[in-house]
Design a protein around this ligand. Sequence first.
Ligand SMILES: Nc1nc2c(c(=O)[nH]1)N[C@H]1C(S)=C(S)[C@@H](COP(=O)(O)OP(=O)(O)OC[C@H]3O[C@@H](n4cnc5c(=O)[nH]c(N)nc54)[C@H](O)[C@@H]3O)O[C@H]1N2
Ligand SMILES: Nc1nc2c(c(=O)[nH]1)N[C@H]1C(S)=C(S)[C@@H](COP(=O)(O)OP(=O)(O)OC[C@H]3O[C@@H](n4cnc5c(=O)[nH]c(N)nc54)[C@H](O)[C@@H]3O)O[C@H]1N2
Ligand code: SF4
Ligand SMILES: [Mo]
Length: 735
Amino acid sequence: MSTSFRTCPLCEATCGLRITMDGDHVTDIRGDRDDVFSLGFICPKGAKLGDLDEDPDRLKAPLVKRDGEFVEVSWAEAFAEVDRGLAAVRAQYGANAVALYLGNPSVHTMAGPVYNGVLAKSLGTRNIYSASTSDQMPKQVSCGYVFGDPFAIPVPDLDRTDFLLMLGANPLESNGSLCTAPDFPGRLKKLRARGGRFVVVDPRRTRTAELADQHLFIRPGADAVLLFALVHTLFDENLVAPLDPVVSGVDELRALAASFPPDAVAQACGIDAETIRQVARDLAAAPTAAVYGRIGTTTAEFGTLSSWLVDALNVLTGNLDRPGGAMFPAAASRATYVRRRPFRMGRWHSRVRGLPEATGELPVATLADEITTPGQDQIRALFTVAGNPALSAPNGPRLGEALAELEFMVSVDPYLNETTRHATVILPPPRVLQAPHFDWALAGFGVRNFANYSPPILPLPAGRPGEAEILARLILIAAGQGPEAEPGGLEEMMIGGLLAKAVAAPGSPVAGQDVDTLRAMIDGDTPLERWLDMSVRLGPYGDGFGANPGGLTLNVLRANPHGIDLGPLRPRLAEVLSTEDGKVRLCPAELAADVPRLRGWLAEQRPGFVLIGRRHLRSNNSWMHNVPALVSGTNTCTLHIHPDDAKRLAVTAGQRVRLSSKSGTIEVPVDLTEKIMPGVVSLPHGWGHTAPGTKMKVAHTVPGANANAVTDASIVDVLSGNAVFNGVPVEIRAT
Ligand SMILES: Nc1nc2c(c(=O)[nH]1)N[C@H]1C(S)=C(S)[C@@H](COP(=O)(O)OP(=O)(O)OC[C@H]3O[C@@H](n4cnc5c(=O)[nH]c(N)nc54)[C@H](O)[C@@H]3O)O[C@H]1N2
Ligand SMILES: Nc1nc2c(c(=O)[nH]1)N[C@H]1C(S)=C(S)[C@@H](COP(=O)(O)OP(=O)(O)OC[C@H]3O[C@@H](n4cnc5c(=O)[nH]c(N)nc54)[C@H](O)[C@@H]3O)O[C@H]1N2
Ligand code: SF4
Ligand SMILES: [Mo]
């Protein structure tokens, strides 16, 4: 028996796990009480990480499709096949005929954030897609325009705030997102215990809402008008805090908000005007407060406007960048001396629908169009890394059909699932416990600053590449170096590139030094460890390659298997602001341009049912339904409907109904609950494991239905191109 400590890689909460093993078999997983951040918290998914890791359906060798059948091949053969297939498509159709889709776990693996950007570059295509445009792109676009940096996303200072206004988030199930807070539920309870208050805005009375001081049912999609009405009230009742001269655009925002008085939006929101005014007053009166909006607000038709107004409220109430308000975390691996160029988007547009590029990618809502519409630059080949867009993308089944038309497809994925079944080559990463872990991205959203590195618990089997090596080899193939090129040179080139920037940057701890001298100082047994050592040494807590003795290095991280607490969030707006004029742009013209569309929406009548999503604690998007312990009990794919609606439709609990929209029809059993607004129905996503040719035995027995068969890829949040999953018009009929 051996005991190891490792950060859970499954969601954004970064819980420390205490893992007991018998040989290479997990016998027990519990929360690591000594973890500096999670303090022993764990959820059922983390506790079953062993089952997931040892799932017999995980692929053990690469697969290549020959005559329509997958066959196991050696790694060398698999990479040779990738090289052949990619070269053929590029030679015939050019670089833009190749696309890349990065899924959600590509942010959670240690290798993903290091290599994926390089892979995108070496493919040299404009057809880059990711789960970001079915998730948080609206927030990135709004922060891009307001703060100048699409990665400067403020998080609620959960442990110190006196008042939290939370819209479209359900951390009791999701454990938080764009807000890394292990034991989010416990932190909310503590907020109340110290006399603070929190208010939840959600079309469902969720478990989070039940814990709150106040819950406001809202009509799906109405967040932007509600937020405008809150802004309106702050101005109208003189509740705006004294503002720092760094804030520009206050008068412009006031003028825009003038057309959204609470009385004008009350009906669309389903919240009465006086309640709206009271929320604004409470927000303004609280000693400190934070407004936080998540997936319910971003995967909606006005996702970017809502994301913007969330931060506008934080600014107007004086809560941006102050303890207890909304603050910018400082990740250990992200250098703070780097001056970023002011955010721009729409530098190119998608071919078929003309949707704008943002952060270097195009909206996944148009991936199917780009595959199926003939013409120059039509997509003929696709690489997917850690993604299952056949289930996760809007209008997923249509995308699935499009995938079948591709001439060549490569998937880096442990499973043969609804998406990867269309691949020509599947390259499976090794077991979770054979991979190292470091949260490059999530530390940038922590409610405390922290750093935690977990080396692999088990060694890689001989001849089996880790995810880093798989990605590095794909980069080399894409760069024309062939399937046999060794990744070592690439990695040293990447390190050299970053060091060259660091020595040239004024304010960097290594400014003016020699790259090769620094390179020789880097520690680490693997390329990822070397990258980590370099990154944290150049980061805000690093040893600066000697400039700051005692600062963070890989060795310090290794010596602290329960993580390192780097303290509460500290104000750092000046460090973060990257706008052209150095201001917080409270009313960017690019965002204001979408307000007429919102006014149009407000004037419309919308009869009929609308569909929204929901998450269950024991699920995670599409890929945890193959673990028996996670697909029992309450984790089921049912349609939540209000009993009054059910009565009108003459359906009873457990009965199957036909749910249809413009895009498609599915059949699902209903669950009656008063916890959902009348006129709104809710279905979790990630289900619909019915496709032939997959290898997920357990998931097949509990298939559920694909919510994205009824979502509509033709409707996007116009500013960001993000998918719309909430507020989808649907019809319901008893079967
Ligand atoms: N209707 C509706 N649709 C939604 C949403 C919604 O709320 N409603 N939510 C959206 C959101 S927020 C997101 S983020 C997307 C997610 O969209 P995707 O990322 O496309 O979907 P996932 O289900 O997360 O698929 C993850 C894939 O990664 C694989 N994987 C797991 N671990 C690893 C690993 O270590 N390495 C590699 N290479 N692969 C791995 C899994 O086998 C699986 O195939 O879904 C979106 N879709
Ligand atoms: N257990 C579990 N944890 C997860 C995931 C998972 O699938 N399962 N997925 C992970 C991922 S990829 C992400 S992005 C995060 C997401 O994390 P959260 O944003 O917390 O996601 P949800 O739990 O879906 O909560 C969204 C809430 O928005 C509500 N909602 C729907 N429409 C509207 C609307 O129009 N307005 C408002 N105000 N509310 C609305 C829904 O009822 C729901 O309660 O969770 C992550 N963690
Ligand atoms: S909350 Fe998230 S990080 Fe924590 S154990 Fe559960 S899945 Fe893992
Ligand atoms: Mo997500």
